[in-house]
Design a binder for this molecule. Sequence first.
Ligand code: LLP
Length: 408
Amino acid sequence: MFDLSSIERFEQIATPFYYYDMELLDRTLDTLVELSGKYGVRVHYAVKANVERRILQKISARGLGADCVSGNEVARAIECGFPPEKIVFAGVGKSDREIYGALTAGIEAFNCESLHEIYVINAMASMYGLRARVAVRINPNIDAHTHKYVTTGLFENKFGIASHEFDDLVSLIGRCGSIDFTGLHFHIGSQIAEVSDVFSLEARRVSEIVSYFEDKGLTVNEVDFGGGLGVDYDDPDSGSVAPFETWFRAITENFPPRPGRHIHLEPGRSVVAQCGSLITRVLFVKSGETKNFLILDAGMNDLIRPALYGAYHKIENLSARFRPSFSEMQAYDVVGPVCESSDVWGQGRVLPLSVRGDIMAIRSAGAYGQVMASRYNLKDFAPAVFSDTPWDAPAYVDYFASGHAERV
Ligand code: LLP
């Protein structure tokens, strides 16, 4: 974790910024790589969770593949060392330009989400004299018991192909001369907490669907179960490495192996969430009519998860531990500077007595943090800082703030 004691004059650090603990990322990857070998699963990191080049380079160097959802993600993954033949490309709405780029790059597979898309990819491949490897994303109608906005495997969701089109799908694949059908793809949701139950159910349902297609004459060699493994937002330090083994076991124990068939998984959040913190400072302390507010310089423009999903992120005051009054606690509504009432980090958070200038960490921010940032209110993007890179670079020093961080 970010350690203020290693920094001489932390009042002068320009905030907010994303801090990445690269040692924790290494440990997470060690576990993931070891277990993927043990359980025989092929892992594609879901690039959408974090696209920082340093992070992608570290992940590609460990031999993982990439799961991308845009042409730019495919290009970034290749730039950062992922071999095209280990890149899959999903998403319900791929543009012609994106399809063309991925076709010419020679990616492992398009994960297609509609019959129409398969038709278009086949037509484009034929027009350019190329072959497209295609896996088909199926909507298995499974409730992942997670937030409505990150549930993707129910019939009401836009993702995947529904069962009433299965026969048309088989016939379409038979008629498409420029595609090679590789297998089936699923992804039922994100931040799944009931790991064993939900993924066992997914694996059993997938097994039925695979049998259906094999009975119809298709060879399903590649079976991709998507991502979704949840992380511990309440206790990021004890739960710093996600329960990969429980996930792998739930899938492999409920999905029968067959020679020549490969299981693929696409974790995003569970790889990068815990290694990232959003580091911010207290601008003002305000006593409201019924509560105390701590106003931070990071807001929903930097990390939108609390405003968008009501997501919980642990908040820590990193400066207070250097004060004798550290044990004095106070309840605060911790808020950001953006002109929206949803720009709230947490309500009634009990924290050490906090003052202007205090450095705070918003934890578990490595996944879907920086990538979802915006410039709303014309705020600057928070930069990334890496634990294995020298710290005292002038870029991190805000001379304007330094004289004003007085203690009240
Ligand atoms: N594969 C596919 C096809 C996906 O759509 C996703 C995530 C993943 C893999 C990776 O899932 P993960 O292992 O990260 O759960 N912005 C939301 C999360 C959106 C997830 C979208 N799809 C959040 O901040 O919670």
